[in-house]
Design a protein around this ligand. Structure first.
Ligand code: GLN
Ligand code: ZN
Length: 755
């Protein structure tokens, strides 16, 4: 039985990749030194896989920014706006596509969530221009791995997934570009084939409903070409993030030597897969969860493995991770402070590699000790008293439908909120302001016990004061306290909630050099004390303008945490919602009458198939309503979401029943708002008009243009003016002028429209 993982995290256990990238961008690290660091990391990760006795090490999982972008560059599908840019090197151009180009005023490729994960990829754009094929770094990496003694398994995103996720522009029919795409893949596969025995070609799109018939009809023919390009039977058609469902026939009929299926999210598909799998095709079982931090339940895994082995025999079964380990932290060995009962339940990327080998040991060598040890450990963990708190279970059980509704409908609330006296097209921000080195240092000193509580409070208050003064000067209408005390919008709340714990080093890549360290929900969740009121009230004490209270919503807290696997997600979410509801209540009572509950993750947490998505949206929206609806009509409730493709879920967003919705949209040039054209959205909307993900400072005219576009969809009485997300990753010298321009765009439009 061969073993492998679908990919190992790139970031390095000390986030070396992040540091190298950022130093390189700042010009503090030469291209050679940067490349050297990357090579060291790749080698280290191959070594880990080999030392864990996996049969293959994966190449091509390591990307300098994003694997979708790597394919885009190989195909040469470079949007025409970049034609005006002359770059010093291919590396410069690569990062130019990813991050935009402030000097030349060229915006980056759009970025969006990779399926239902919290990883973001760069969206390919397909315009009318011819493509000039480029190179893919995977070939060199694969040669290197082989040369230094590893058995490489190159991993690439497949043509159907790339095209399905690409955005066609100007009426181009993107599937008609398949010929171009295929010829580039043919060449790549031919280049790779001499250096490996197996090539992982990933088509997660097969686990979704995103493949139209025009594409499905080409599938067999395309894969016949790709299989031929490798010379021998090498391709492993790799699917993940769900069961194959209606695409099962396509996958098993692809002619690939191996088919990989996700046995974590698609457990139930095994019977069906085994019954149609061609006799010559091998099956790779993605049995170890690539998306969580928990140990695999060996006895459950064994029942699936044994079923496959008895149906098709050892030689035709491979064991692997369900998806790339990109989505879990690197090494549990780095964690020295976790409570033992929690740590004992955990496995990170390094440990997951070992789990795969252990499972093979149990099947092939009858290693019963490993099986028994695993069973015993999981049993002890489940019996821990933090796992279940009766008072919390009783409270969630007694939530009634009245707890999910505001007192009145939007039109009445709107009238009740007139006392806020906001100008037309009110200008605001999404919450965070630049997290300067000084702010980060303050938090770090305090967390390490090197700064007293009193000094810490003083330092953060100074930041809040500065931030309020800047906003007053900018002329924003609804101010925020700036979130200087928050390292992260989820971690901050998790730290103050029972049932959460934190890793020291459990970082996961979010995009490019951005990493997040998700909190861990291991027990029942409850609020210990007021979490935000002190800071927000202090901010409000400094200004006559309204200060918006900032909270993170229950669905986002859930989606951006590693969640216990012994309780329904909907139940965990309800527990969090009640904690946030109590916080909303405290803020309102203290006089904060505009409150924003961010649900940045609502869309991304959505399962990939319609039927499951419906179930999720039902409980997720209910959780938001439970958190938000306890307020008076005269209190204005905002929500914010980013990077989302809203079209299909607009009715659900309407059901969230917020008074003001701010959304990402500047990167897609207000295209998002198309959805609002066909749907009567009754509340106010702030489509982001400033792309905060890029260092580029947009001009006032540009933002005015976007506002005019927005006015086609949203009446002026209900339009807000804001950036598309929080500003914490920006520097003041970018954010300040951008906000100046944003406010002046708002003023200009108010004047023109004589509002
Ligand atoms: N209020 C948060 C911030 O401004 C929202 C961040 C987000 O949506 N990702 O940082
Ligand atoms: Zn956002």
């Amino acid at each position: 039985m061969r073993t492998h993982v679908l990919g190992f995290p790139s970031i390095g256990k000390g986030r070396e990749m992040k540091q190298a990238l950022e130093s390189f961008w700042k010009g503090n690290l030469s291209a050679d030194a940067f490349t050297e660091t990357c090579t060291e990391l790749k080698k280290r990760h191959w070594r880990i896989q080999k030392d864990s006795c996996l049969d293959y090490v994966t190449t091509g999982d390591f990307s300098l920014y994003d694997r979708m972008l790597d394919i885009t560059c190989m195909l040469g599908a470079i949007p025409s706006r970049f034609a005006s840019c002359s770059y010093d090197s291919p590396l410069d151009r690569y990062f130019g596509l990813a991050r935009g180009d402030a000097k030349r005023n060229v915006s980056a490729l759009e970025m969006t969530k990779w399926f239902d994960t919290n990883y973001h990829y760069l969206v390919p754009e397909i315009g009318g221009d011819p493509w000039v094929a480029g190179r893919h770094p995977i070939v060199e990496d694969t040669k290197l791995a082989k040369k230094i003694g590893f058995s490489p398994k190159p991993a690439i995103i497949g043509p159907f997934t790339w095209l399905a996720l690409a955005k066609a522009q100007g009426g181009i029919l993107k599937w008609s570009r398949m010929n171009n795409v295929v010829s580039a893949y043919e060449k790549l596969l031919a280049d790779l084939a001499p250096h490996c025995v197996c090539i992982q070609i990933e088509e997660p799109v097969l686990c979704t409903e995103l493949l139209p018939d025009v594409a499905a009809n080409q599938f067999r023919a395309v894969y016949a070409i790709l299989n031929a390009a490798c010379g021998r039977e090498k391709l492993m058609l790799t699917t993940y993030f769900g069961p194959l469902g209606r695409n099962l026939e396509l996958a098993v009929g692809s002619g690939c030597a191996i088919v990989h299926i996700d046995m974590v999210r698609g457990k139930k598909q095994l019977d069906d897969v085994l019954s149609v799998l061609p006799r010559k095709t091998a099956l790779s079982l993605g049995i170890v969860d690539g998306r969580n931090i928990w140990k695999t339940d060996y006895s459950q895994a064994m029942s699936h493995i044994e079923q496959a082995v008895s149906a098709i025999g050892n030689e035709r079964v491979l064991l692997g991770s369900s998806c790339s380990l990109l989505h879990c932290p690197v090494d549990l060995e780095e964690e020295t402070a976790l409570p033992e009962h929690i740590r004992n339940r955990m496995a990170f990327a390094v440990q997951k590699c070992a789990e795969i080998t252990a499972l093979r040991g149990i099947v092939e060598h009858g290693d019963h000790a490993a099986l028994e040890e695993n069973t015993a450990l999981l049993k002890i963990a489940a019996a821990h008293p933090d796992s279940r708190i009766d008072a919390i279970r009783e409270r969630t059980a007694s939530v009634s439908s009245a707890d999910l509704s505001r007192r009145s409908a939007y039109p009445e609330r709107r009238a009740a909120q007139a006392w806020l006296n906001l100008p037309p097209l009110p200008a605001t921000t999404i919450g965070s302001f630049p997290q300067t080195a000084a702010i980060r240092k303050t938090r770090m000193e305090y967390n390490r016990g090197r700064m007293s509580e009193a000094d810490y409070v003083d330092a953060i208050r100074r930041e809040i004061k500065d931030c309020i003064e800047k906003q007053e000067k900018l002329g924003l209408d609804v101010l925020v306290h700036g979130e200087a005390e928050r390292n992260d919008m989820v971690e901050y709340f998790g730290q103050q909630l029972g049932g959460f714990c934190f890793t020291q080093n459990g970082w996961v890549q979010s995009y490019g050099s951005r990493c997040v360290k998700p909190p861990v929900i291991f027990g029942d969740v409850y609020r210990k004390h007021t979490m935000t009121a002190d800071w927000i009230l202090y901010a409000q004490s400094l200004t006559q303008k309204p200060v918006k209270g900032m909270l993170t919503g229950p669905v986002t807290i859930l989606c951006w945490s590693f969640v216990r696997d012994d309780l329904e997600r909907s139940e965990v979410c309800k527990q969090i919602a009640l904690a946030i509801r109590d916080e909303v209540h405290d803020l309102e009572k203290a006089g904060i009458r505009i409150i924003q509950i961010d649900e940045a993750a609502l869309r991304e947490g959505m399962p990939l198939t319609r039927a499951e998505a419906e179930i999720y949206l039902q409980w997720a929206v209910d959780a938001f309503r439970l958190a938000s609806s306890g307020v008076e009509d005269s209190t204005q409730l905002h929500t914010h979401m980013c990077y989302s493709e809203f079209n299909s879920i607009l009715p659900w967003i309407a059901r969230m029943d917020a008074d003001v919705l701010s959304i990402e949209s500047s990167r897609s040039g207000m295209e998002l708002l198309d959805a609002f054209a066909g749907f009567q959205y009754q509340a106010a909307v702030g489509p982001g008009i400033y792309d905060i993900h890029s260092p580029r400072v947009p001009t006032a005219e540009e933002m005015e243009g976007l506002l005019y576009k927005a006015l086609r969809y949203i009446p002026k009485e209900r339009l807000w003016v804001n950036p598309d997300c929080g500003l914490k990753t920006r520097q003041w010298d970018e954010a300040y002028p951008a906000l100046e321009n944003m406010v002046s765009a708002a003023l200009q439009i108010r004047k023109r429209l004589e509002l």
